[in-house]
Ligand binder design. Structure first.
Ligand SMILES: NC(=O)c1ccc[n+]([C@@H]2O[C@H](COP(=O)([O-])OP(=O)(O)OC[C@H]3O[C@@H](n4cnc5c(N)ncnc54)[C@H](OP(=O)(O)O)[C@@H]3O)[C@@H](O)[C@H]2O)c1
Length: 283
């Protein structure tokens, strides 16, 4: 087996896509280390991952860390490596999203989103790099988003953080290749996870109309595509044909998508205004 006996470190491994990938890799015989903030969720995820491992000798470790704190990330990764051994696979899945209208969102949301989604990824990569360089082997997998391929109405804090990951991946890939380290970037579609549930609380109606047409994947199915992509050493991992098309043609498609999104926005706004007017009249 490609993965058996190897060590995977997964940020955001206590929930959603990160946890689903952790479980698939545990089923492949890997040692698993996960990072997230909530100790309760980490403990529950650790138990779930242990249940699906193929050998009881496979270690499953968890540490509560905020990925936006570079020193904490480095210390946690060093601890995992001290206890399990060098790292073979890093998956950076920790992420947050807070959609809303640009003018309503405080600076703090933009700064925090970039700190977690972009710098949280960068710190983890920096922390594993020395170990992978030494072995001249390893694989780093960044979890971006479909929102890292095209700007989406209502996602002004999130899209730039996921675009930034694409810029990082595309510029870093060649440097890592010289050390025998592979790099992949994943563009998941909407996936049924606690993050999506949280997003829906602040998502503008227009954003719901734009993203709603694409359908929702399960975390397991996205994780399956990720593991398949890692095995094939694909640079861009694009679950589903829509995301695959978008990843090939996003610049060409952007003007068409923009036109389509503007029409949807106008339609939703008109319907909403009519609803408000009819509610006013009924009083
Ligand atoms: N769900 C989707 O529709 C979708 C689509 C495209 C891309 N993605 C991306 O996929 C990744 C995983 O998202 P998900 O949907 O699986 O969300 P999720 O179920 O909410 O999982 C997010 C994970 O990240 C951790 N996390 C969040 N902030 C953190 C921080 N500051 N430090 C350390 N850990 C942190 C969370 O644990 P704690 O909260 O306990 O820290 C949790 O383990 C994210 O990068 C997301 O942007 C998701």
């Amino acid at each position: 087996m490609y993965f058996a006996g190897q060590h995977a470190i997964i940020t955001g491994g206590s929930s959603g896509i990160g946890k689903a990938v952790a479980k698939l890799l545990a089923k492949e015989g890997m040692h698993i280390s996960i990072i997230a903030r909530s100790k309760t969720k980490l403990e529950a995820a650790t138990n779930e991952i242990k249940k699906v491992r193929v050998k009881t000798t496979q270690q499953v470790l968890a540490l509560s860390v905020d990925v936006a704190e570079g020193i904490q990330v480095k210390q946690a990764i060093n601890t995992f490596i001290d206890q399990i051994g060098s790292v073979d696979l890093l998956i950076t899945s920790a992420g947050i999203a807070h959609p809303g209208y640009f003018q309503d969102l405080e600076f703090e949301i933009f700064e925090r989103t970039m700190a977690v989604n972009y710098f949280g990824t960068l710190y983890a990569i920096k922390a594993v790099l020395g170990f992978m360089e030494q072995k001249r082997q390893g694989h780093i997998v960044l979890i971006s988003s479909a929102a890292g391929l095209t700007g989406i109405y209502g996602y002004t804090p999130y899209c730039p953080s996921k675009f930034a990951l694409r810029g990082l991946a595309e510029s870093l890939r060649g440097e890592l290749k010289l050390f025998g380290i592979d790099l992949s970037i994943v563009y998941p579609p909407d996936t049924d996870t606690p993050q999506l549930e949280q997003e829906n609380k602040t998502k503008p109606l227009e954003t719901k109309a734009i993203t709603g047409s694409a359908g929702i994947w399960s975390a397991h199915d996205v994780a399956y595509e990720i593991v398949k992509g890692i095995k094939k050493k694909s640079f861009a991992i694009t679950p589903g044909w829509e995301i695959t098309l978008l990843s090939y043609f996003h610049s060409v498609l952007f003007s068409c998508l923009g036109w389509y999104a503007d029409r949807l926005v106008a339609k939703v706004r008109k319907e909403n205004e009519e609803k408000v007017e009819s509610n006013d009249q009924s009083y």
